[in-house]
Design a protein around this ligand. Structure first.
Ligand SMILES: O=P(O)(O)OC[C@H]1O[C@](O)(CO)[C@@H](O)[C@@H]1O
Length: 383
């Protein structure tokens, strides 16, 4: 079954606004944060122009991923950006943005994460400080309440997404999930085995994810955890291997439970019980149904895979205008094993909802799919 792809063509639509409102704001923020010279500023202006009013142009850099991107873009070169799917266009936008800031070229900006100042600020902002302090309360909870609290923090940690906050503003934790529960999440775990977590944002969200990872290992539900992150800076705040180290450095210097978690996770890394991987496909403009064989084999070996966040969800179910009541298990039948998704809704694709829930949400008259105020937990036991 297929549904229409979400594209960036329709003026006023959510995806159109990401390109025409959010991206200009993001680029202004980058230029304020870094003393980029005229060459970089001109390249960023040209990128905005190309992606909002032009045709798709090839990459001009000779970075290591140049050839793989040539394959991913071949069919689209020379065609209007407006015709592109949202998923493809946003991903290529971020790849081109890195090239424009000199990330891949010899020179002073090589390897410099343009989003690092924003990620760093988020790690120490009031909301993150409060969330990390609240971890001290975990010790006084029953095991079941602790399980629930850790999952809740990991789900709502996904609200801390800097690309999203550029237009939506920092949100507050909403009511319970519109689908699923922490019990449903934990029921996926049987005999201890390798658990994979496909991370999303750095800073606050990654901190909450590491608390979940710590819980998985401490309770024996996972015997090893593989943490998948992005190979390059992406979607503003997505976590890279460097971000994992920065977050751990920050956590392990804190007092209380946050510090304990940080130091335990560092020990797990030393022992090889946590492994960090950054497969190039995590920055690909494609659905997970199209993942390469090596990554598929990796996921096949997992007892459970946890997908965090909105973008991973879009790539998992397909970034299309699905009927919201399409069964989640149908949408993820391409995936080789048991999985859970923990997501705050920040874009239009959604499946697996109860029709009554959809009717109630629609009746509120709010853009519930894109507002960042609703969360979901969905699972599939695999074959
Ligand atoms: O960090 P997350 O949860 O993947 O959210 C990123 C989301 O933000 C957006 O960039 C805009 O909402 C979406 O395109 C994307 O799915």
């Amino acid at each position: 079954m297929d549904a229409p792809l979400i594209t960036i063509e329709e003026p006023g639509s959510f995806a159109w606004r990401v390109f025409h409102e959010r991206h200009p704001a993001m680029i202004a923020q980058l230029c304020a944060a870094h003393p980029f010279g005229p060459d970089v500023r001109d390249a960023l202006t040209a990128l905005l122009h190309e992606t909002t009013a032009g045709v798709v142009k090839p990459l001009e850099d000779d970075a290591l991923d140049h050839d793989v991107w040539s394959a991913w873009t071949a069919e689209r070169i020379g065609r209007p950006w407006a015709e592109s799917s949202f998923l493809w266009a946003e991903s290529y936008f971020f790849r081109k943005l890195l090239a424009a800031t000199g990330f891949f070229a010899p020179g002073p900006w090589r390897g410099v994460d343009p989003f690092a100042p924003m990620k760093r600020a988020e790690l120490t902002n009031a909301a993150t400080v409060e969330t990390l302090k609240a971890l001290d309360e975990l010790a006084g909870l029953s095991s079941a309440d602790r399980d629930a609290a850790v999952v809740r923090a990991a789900v709502w940690g996904n609200q801390a997404d800097l690309a999203f906050q550029l237009s939506a503003g920092a949100g507050t934790e909403g009511a319970g999930p519109i689908s699923g529960s922490s019990e449903e999440f934990w029921s996926l775990f049987g005999e201890p085995g390798p658990v994979h977590l496909v991370a999303d944002n750095a800073a606050g969200e990654l901190s909450a994810d590491l608390v979940l990872v710590d819980r998985l290992l401490a309770t024996g539900r996972a015997e090893q955890v593989v943490l998948h992150v992005k190979p390059h800076p992406y979607y503003v705040s997505d976590a890279t291997p460097k971000d994992v180290l920065e977050v751990l450095h920050h956590l392990s210097g804190l007092p209380g439970e946050a510090g304990e978690v940080g130091r335990r996770v560092q020990d797990y890394l030393r022992e090889g019980r946590i492994e960090v991987r950054a497969h190039p496909f995590f920055c690909a403009p494609l659905d997970f149904a199209e993942m390469p064989e090596d990554l598929r084999a990796d996921f096949t070996s997992a007892a459970v895979t946890i997908f965090k966040g909105d973008l991973n969800y879009r790539r998992l179910v397909g970034d299309r205008h699905w009927p919201a009541s399409r069964p989640f298990t149908d949408s993820v039948s391409h995936f080789p094993g048991a999985l859970a998704t923990l997501r705050v809704l920040k874009s239009e694709a959604v499946v697996g909802l109860d029709p009554d829930t959809v009717a109630a949400l629609d009746a509120e008259g709010e853009p519930w799919r894109t507002k960042g105020s609703h969360a979901l937990i969905q699972t599939s036991p695999g074959e």
